[in-house]
Design a protein around this ligand. Structure first.
Ligand code: 6PG
Length: 479
């Protein structure tokens, strides 16, 4: 056995991860269900490093040094289970299977428990950064045993992206499903970031009256400030691109129906189960679903409402500045929600996830990479018990300064009839957090009226019920 690590599943992500490992001097066993892919990899990239092609499961396992480290890069779901069942019987105690796909964290928990019972470590590792990331340095979010992480760390630290301060964007997130949970929330935040940027674009287009090229310039200038991020950078690229066939802006020739593979939806489903409000992420998922229902949109087109009246000159420029404030404030809110979801998952499953370490992992390599995450990491490092990101003095002060413009943008959008579910939901969440009294008291009254569901009083301990159908006197409901 000569290979330090093996990769099975050589579609583009697996192939690029194997190449990344080989380029860093590791000997990499490579295996794929159809042998042609294994041959293609060795023929095409064999000169990049030391690959050991394996054409059967037995050959693959035999080529790995012990403890064996196998990275599975196949489609999430059934295919992952099939590959695990193919390899697990060939492995020995202490060997490690890494699943680098976008698995659901509950599947990862199930697989980890099952394999742990068989003496095998199972590491559900979130890998972000797409094809390019896999090749040049992804952000890696591994869950599983601390022992398996010690074995994998020397390899993963070499191939991961590097943050601006030189640290590798990989660290042990926590036991069993913690890594895939954090990757799932990363994707939820990715959806929210994309939706907020899209709303900013729409406002600049419909209200400021900017053309796509001008909006690209606006995003480029925002990208030199506190919004500096990969998603803002690529947004400018997409907006500046013109369609070769028609000469029109690319964004005008693409169907306005957003698709999704499901990780954003998982984030929201899980948040509902945990009872954590993540309206920013939920609105982003719903906005994609709404855009993807052309029949409903067609049937609703005649509904009355205003047509946006574009501004011009300095007024348009001032509005664009306000949109930057609204975008930044809404982004802060969606990260607040995402980090609260991670905290809730960590409590529920007893993972001990360090939110500052998660922010550090996301500083480079992944889709949501952003300068801002350095500051998120600092906020949690300064106060590990921070109740939420908005409790950090610096972020609280920033959102405080942004809120006037943010409100004005949401109000303008409502008056002009431009849908901004992300901006509006973020603002409603912010105002709900800061409210001294919420109308939840009335909801409790309604529940008690129709179902004797009881309520608590603000002025006294205990559980109470009012005899709504009787003399409306109040009784204790807690014995
Ligand atoms: C990443 C991405 C990736 C995801 C795509 C597509 O971190 O590299 O999150 O894992 O598959 O972003 O997601 P949708 O098809 O759901 O938009």
């Amino acid at each position: 056995a000569t290979a330090q690590i093996g990769v099975t599943g050589l579609a583009v992500m697996g192939r690029n991860l194997a190449r990344n490992l080989a380029r860093h001097g590791f000997t990499v066993a490579v295996h794929n269900r159809s042998q042609a892919r294994t041959r293609d990899l060795v023929d095409g990239f064999g000169d990049e490093g030391a690959f050991v092609p394996a054409f059967s499961a037995e050959e693959f396992v035999a080529s790995l040094e012990r403890p064996r480290r196998l990275v599975v890069m196949v489609k999430a779901g059934g295919p992952t289970d099939a590959v695990i069942e193919e390899f697990a019987p060939l492995l020995e105690e202490g060997d490690i299977i890494v699943d680098g796909g976008n698995a659901h964290f509950l599947d990862t928990r199930r697989r980890e428990a099952d394999l742990r019972g068989r003496g095998i470590h199972f590491v559900g590792a979130g890998v972000s950064g797409g094809e390019e990331g896999a090749l040049h340095g992804p952000s890696i979010m591994p869950g599983g045993s601390a022992e398996s992480y010690r074995s994998l760390a020397p390899l993963l630290e070499r191939i991961a992206a590097r943050a601006p301060d030189g640290t590798a964007c990989v660290s042990h997130v926590g036991p069993d499903g913690a890594g895939h949970f954090v990757k799932m929330v990363h994707n939820g935040i990715e959806y929210a970031d994309m939706q907020l940027i899209a709303e900013a674009y729409q406002l600049l287009r419909s209200v400021a009256g900017f053309e796509p090229e001008r909006i690209a310039q606006t995003f480029r200038s925002w990208n030199t400030g506190r919004l500096d991020s990969y998603l803002i950078e690529i947004t400018a690229e997409v907006l500046a691109h013109r369609d070769a066939a028609t000469g029109k802006p690319f964004v005008d020739v693409v169907q306005d129906r957003a698709e999704q593979k499901g990780t954003g939806r998982w984030t929201v489903q899980t948040a509902l189960d945990l009872g954590v409000p993540v309206p920013g992420i939920a609105e982003a998922v719903f906005a994609r679903s709404l855009s993807g229902d052309p029949e409903l949109r067609e049937a609703s087109r005649a509904l009355p409402g205003p047509q946006p009246e574009p501004l011009s000159g300095e007024e348009a420029d001032r509005f664009a500045d306000r949109v930057e404030q609204a975008l930044y404030a809404s982004k802060l809110v969606s990260y607040t929600q995402g980090f609260l979801q991670i905290a809730a998952g960590s409590t529920e499953y007893d993972w001990g996830v360090d939110p500052g370490a998660v922010a550090a992992l996301w500083r480079a390599g992944c889709i949501i990479r952003a300068a801002f995450l350095d500051r998120v990491r600092d906020a949690y490092a300064a106060r590990p018990d921070l109740p939420s990101l908005l409790s950090d003095d610096t972020f609280a002060a920033e959102i405080g300064r942004a809120q006037g413009d943010w409100r004005s943008v949401v109000a303008t959008a409502a008056v002009q009839g431009v849908p901004t579910p992300g901006f509006s939901a973020a603002l409603a969440y912010y105002d709900a957090l800061r409210a001294e009294r919420l109308p939840a008291a009335l909801v409790q009254g309604q529940r008690d009226f129709f179902g004797a569901h009881t309520y608590r009083r603000a002025d006294r301990d205990g559980v109470f019920h009012t005899l709504w159908a009787g003399d409306r006197s109040e009784e204790r409901a807690d014995g």
